[in-house]
Structure formats: C-alpha cells, structure tokens
Design a protein around this ligand. Sequence first.
Ligand SMILES: *[C@@H]1O[C@H](CO)[C@@H](O)[C@H](O)[C@H]1NC(C)=O
Ligand SMILES: *[C@@H]1O[C@H](CO)[C@@H](O)[C@H](O)[C@H]1NC(C)=O
Ligand SMILES: *[C@@H]1O[C@H](CO)[C@@H](O)[C@H](O)[C@H]1NC(C)=O
Ligand SMILES: *[C@@H]1O[C@H](CO)[C@@H](O)[C@H](O)[C@H]1NC(C)=O
Ligand SMILES: *[C@@H]1O[C@H](CO)[C@@H](O)[C@H](O)[C@H]1NC(C)=O
Length: 449
Amino acid sequence: MSWIHSVLFLSLTLRWCLTGESSPEVTDDGAPMEKTEQEALYSAIQGFVGDSWNGSDLYPDPCGWTPIQGVSCDLYGDLWYVTDLTLGLVHENSLSCATSLKIKPQLFKLKHLKSLTFFNCFTSPITIPKEDWINLASNLESLEFRSNPGLIGELPETIGSLTKLKSLVVLENGFNGKFPTSLCNLTRLKRLVLAGNSFTGTIPDCFNGFKDLLILDMSRNSFSGTLPSSIGEMVSLLKLDLSNNHLEGKLPQEIGFLKNLTLLDLRNNRISGGLFENVVKIRSLTDLVLSGNPMGSDDMMGIEWENMGNLVILDLSKMGLRGEIPLGLTSLKRLRFLGLNDNNLTGTVPSKELETLPCLGALYINGNNLSGELEFSRKFYEKMGTRFKASKNPNLCQHVVSEAQQYVVGLRSCMMEKTGGSMMEKTGGSLVIKQTWSNLKKGSMMEQP
Ligand SMILES: *[C@@H]1O[C@H](CO)[C@@H](O)[C@H](O)[C@H]1NC(C)=O
Ligand SMILES: *[C@@H]1O[C@H](CO)[C@@H](O)[C@H](O)[C@H]1NC(C)=O
Ligand SMILES: *[C@@H]1O[C@H](CO)[C@@H](O)[C@H](O)[C@H]1NC(C)=O
Ligand SMILES: *[C@@H]1O[C@H](CO)[C@@H](O)[C@H](O)[C@H]1NC(C)=O
Ligand SMILES: *[C@@H]1O[C@H](CO)[C@@H](O)[C@H](O)[C@H]1NC(C)=O
C-alpha cells in the first residue's frame, strides 16, 4: 500500500470514527473502494466471461494499479467507483464474453455507472432482464448494444426509466418486437440508434420532447406505417436514417421544420407522397437518399433544385420518376454523387452542363428511356471510370471519340446508327457487350450507396 493511499484510508477511518457513521467496508489495498462495489464488479464480469475468471486474484486493485481492460473508475468523495464498463471483444486484449454467459444482478449494483457497452458479446440466444435497470437510472448516460446477434426478444420497456441517457445505441442485434414507447421519456438523448435489428410495428408519435436529439437511426428494421408528424419537432436533428424499412404513405410536411438536418436517408421504403414537396425545403441537406420509394409522379421538374446547394449526395434512383433530367440539378456545385438510374426519365442528357459540376465523381443514368446523344468529353469519362453508367437506355447513343472510351460507357455509337455499317457493328459491337457486362459487375460493387 502506497503512503498516499494509507493517508487516504486513515483519514476515511478517522472521519467515520468522529462522526459515528456506520462505515461501509472499504478495501485498503490500492485505490480504496467499497468492498461491495468491488465484489459486484468481479461478479458481474465473471458472469460474462465465465467462472474460471477470478477477478480478485487477477485484478486486486481494479481502479488502481491492476486496471481491467474495459473498466474505468472515478473518485466520488474518497472512494473509487466504476463509471464505464465495456464487455466483449473491442480490443485484442479485452475481456471476451463466454458462449454461455449470465447477466448477473450484481451488474446493476454498480450505481455510479455512466456508460455501459456490450460489443460482440452475446452470441447465443438470450433475452436481457427487465428488472433492475432502474438501479442505474441516476447516472447512466450511455447504453450501447453493438453487434450482439444473440440478443433476441423485446427491448425491455424498463430501459425507458434511464432518463439520464444521452446515447442509446442498439445496433445490429437480434431484437424484435415493437419500439418500446417508454423510450419516448428519454428526452435528453442526443443519439438514438436502433438500426439493424428486427423491430416491427409503427413508429410512435412521441418525438416532441426530443429537442436535443442529433442522430436518429432506425434503419434496417421492419418498421411500418407512416412517419409521425412529431418528427418535425426534433429541431436539433442532424441525421435521420430510416432506410430499409416498410414505411409507407406520405411524408409529413413537418419534416421541413428540421432546419439543421444534413442527412436524410429514406431509401427502400414504400413512401409514396411528399418526398420532394416536403423534403426539398430543407436547405441544410448534404446527403439526400430517396431511392427505392415509388414516387409515381413526374414533379421532379417543378423542384427548385437551385435552393439545395449544399447537396453532396443525391440518390433518386428506382423511384419511377418521369419527365426530363431537370437542368436545376446542374447548379448543385458541391454534388459528388448523382443517382438517377432505373427510373422512367426521358429526353436528352444535359451532358455539357453536368460536366461543369466540379466535384461530380459518380453519375448513374442507366435504366431509363433517355434519348439523343451523350456529349461528355473523354476527360470526363476518364475521371468517372466505372462510376458512370448510362446503359439500358435503348434510344441513347454515344458520341464516340475513341474506341477505348466506348468500352467505358457501353452504349452504341451514334456514328454506327447513322451509317449502319455492318462490319463495324460486328467487330465493335461484340466487344462493347463483353465490356459492358464486366463494367456492370464492377460498377455494382462501387460507391452506389
Ligand atoms: C479467487 O481466488 C481467491 C484467492 O486465490 C480465492 O480465495 C477465491 O475463492 C477465488 N474466487 C473465485 C470466485 O473463484
Ligand atoms: C414516462 O414518464 C412518466 C413520468 O415520469 C411516467 O408516468 C410514464 O409512465 C412514463 N412513460 C412510459 C411509457 O414509460
Ligand atoms: C442549428 O445549427 C446552428 C449552427 O450550427 C446552431 O447555431 C443552432 O443552434 C442549431 N439549431 C438547433 C435548434 O439546434
Ligand atoms: C416505366 O413506365 C412504364 C410504362 O408506364 C412501366 O411499365 C415501367 O414499369 C416503368 N419503369 C420503371 C423503371 O419505373
Ligand atoms: C421511350 O420513349 C419513346 C419516345 O422517346 C417512346 O416512344 C417509348 O414508348 C418509351 N418507352 C417506354 C418503355 O416508356
């Protein structure tokens, strides 16, 4: 025992003697802890890593000179308490969880816990207990379950009692069931992530209290129904990701109130109205991904794209869009990705104007009914590489500058169309097709969000 700890310990003992308080039993070896706190720590961890793990043997001074990977402590008064606990394989030397593990009630005795994380820990099926969460309510600010395929069943309603939470991350686990309405009480949240589980049911209309929320990610679940209008009350929101669910109906116009929103990802739902009308008021957007929703209307032309000058990523593919490619898009000077593929767009391609976009690095217009001649420069094709696709537009042809360039684009040359030369068709044509296939394969693995 170092002299500083001895002094600490002595002063503690003295104080208790003087005030006559009944003193909790305190460890005197290293950083002083309540004995119950230390035992709760050992026992909780042992539940996760297995009975052969003997904490008191291996880590006699867990908040002092024998720290445990994944455990952090802090001083409250004169005693040390566990404030952060991470279980599972985060680093190579971290405590990995056993296949058959137990969530011991001692975990919930760590009353100063501010942050609790389970990463890659639960692999065999287990449900998390409903009881005891309330014991952590006065301090817990961050609760994370990441990549735990074994976590199944419902997310307990009692998590909603953790009203100090600023971050709740439930990412890529096996949870199912409904969005627990008790989560509506967690109004201090800055981050709420429920992505990559199997949640079902509707999203409750209870976001009016979430004034501090910055990130809401409920992507990759099976949420259905329409989006509630209270979504527009999360005034601080920066990122809203609801992609890959079964949401339908009209997008509430209140979404236009999210004045600070930079990312909106609604791809692969069944939202059918209000997509442009209500979204294109949000001028702060940098990433707008609406692909895979059935628009079934042609009002892309009516949009004042000029107002959306912050856009970097714009994905409007697979939406059944009709009409022409709006020239307004060519004023989006920060645009890096433009996806218009697999729609019903007609008319000519404003090649020259699109080519002036200084940052554009990916352009997909394949799978439409565009016509006329593509007039991009060779330099443009070289810059884009496989991140340019225009194939599957039966009436579109390419102004060929060189043979090499034709391979990249995979369209027939306008020249051929005019001359109809059968020799050229035969030799050039088969090559083009071959090349197109390999480009398609390569292209599909690249950068399309
Ligand atoms: C851990 O080791 C100590 C000392 O070797 C022993 O007294 C104690 O019973 C062990 N605890 C467990 C849970 O195995
Ligand atoms: C939310 O908190 C209030 C008051 O603290 C409580 O009465 C209510 O039951 C909680 N709601 C849910 C769904 O847990
Ligand atoms: C929106 O962002 C601005 C600039 O970052 C910030 O000053 C403002 O407080 C934010 N608004 C809300 C409601 O968070
Ligand atoms: C394009 O429109 C035609 C005719 O209305 C329709 O049959 C087809 O499915 C549409 N294609 C796409 C990709 O939306
Ligand atoms: C494609 O557009 C042409 C007119 O340019 C039209 O005749 C044709 O029916 C369209 N094809 C489809 C599948 O919509």
